[in-house]
Ligand binder design. Structure first.
Ligand SMILES: [Zn+2]
Length: 292
């Protein structure tokens, strides 16, 4: 993955997703950014530092096991049922953050919350290299047990690796929160390609692993919901380009809140028709769907 067009071999500016010389396409700016030499070197350095740390503390074997588990991690995201229903009513492209803003679907930042409307674009320009290719990323996070984050809605969607691996980049944490804390440009070595995501996770989490850590702790090490969304601890995935129902491996519909009897009743009453509609859509496209 260099800076040259795979078709004509000429150099393509980093912020382009089509070749200006021959029109060749399928260049993913976020993956190209993550593949820059400076990024790869910084990541490798952090990865080796993490390994050295575990070696010193006598838990390199546990870290190896963690790395191997994460090399099979999947991308998952959560959304509201209404967002999926939009897909039922108008089959086609699944909306991302920006589409939703345009149709006023997205709620405003609450008082005390970070201003996503400014932070998200700042982070996104960093990922794709230019404002010209903004609005084209979907966000997900890495999971080892197919569970996602609970604060974004009652639907958990697992993505098909073969549909996203080539166009995904990975960042060590919630990128918008990172930008709020540290600003831009993003520190080198905090992102990776999909294929290198285990290195990124080792770099981030090696210090939290010791000889007592076992594989049952791995899922929560990688993804831990906070009391509110801004406290979530996760590794973020950015997927460039469109998604449809065929990008999904599995859809799980669940109650957004803990299952108190009132909420359960409410969900059943509100959801049954919508839930059935989503399930039918999934069935039609051979996407596994369960309602829990
Ligand atoms: Zn070309």
């Amino acid at each position: 993955m260099g800076d040259r067009c795979g078709k004509c071999g000429n150099e393509v500016p980093l912020e382009r997703n089509t070749c200006p010389h021959c029109g060749g396409d399928n260049l993913f700016p976020n993956v190209r950014q993550a593949s820059q030499t400076a990024e790869l070197e910084a990541l490798e350095h952090r990865y080796q530092t993490g390994r050295d740390d575990c070696r010193r503390r006598g838990c390199l074997d546990v870290l190896d096991e963690f790395e191997s588990a994460v090399s099979n991690s999947k991308a998952v995201f959560a959304c509201s049922l209404s967002k999926l229903i939009a897909l039922v009513r108008q089959p086609g492209i699944f909306s991302n953050y920006y589409h939703l803003q345009r149709i006023q679907f997205h709620s405003e930042s609450k008082p005390g919350e970070p201003n996503w409307k400014t932070l998200r674009p700042h982070a996104e320009i960093e990922f794709v290299g230019s404002h010209k290719l903004m609005d084209q990323l979907h966000y997900a996070c890495l999971t080892l047990n197919d569970c996602g984050l609970p604060h974004y809605g009652e639907c958990t969607i697992l993505l098909r690796e073969d549909m996203i691996a080539h166009r995904s980049s990975v960042f060590e944490e919630n990128s918008a929160m990172f930008v709020q804390r540290k600003g831009v440009p993003l520190t080198k070595g905090l992102r990776s390609t999909w294929g290198d995501r285990m290195k990124l996770c080792v770099a981030k989490l090696a210090r939290q692993i010791d000889a007592d850590t076992n594989s049952e702790n791995f899922p929560e090490l990688l993804l831990k919901p906070g009391r509110q969304a801004i406290d979530d601890n996760f590794v973020e995935v950015q997927i460039f380009g469109d998604m449809t129902i065929l990008t999904f491996e599995r859809v799980r519909l669940a109650s957004a809140k803990a299952s108190t009897p009132t909420r359960m009743r409410k969900r059943t009453r509100r959801g049954s028709t919508d839930e059935r509609a989503v399930r039918e859509l999934c069935l039609k496209h051979h996407v596994f769907c369960d309602i829990v």
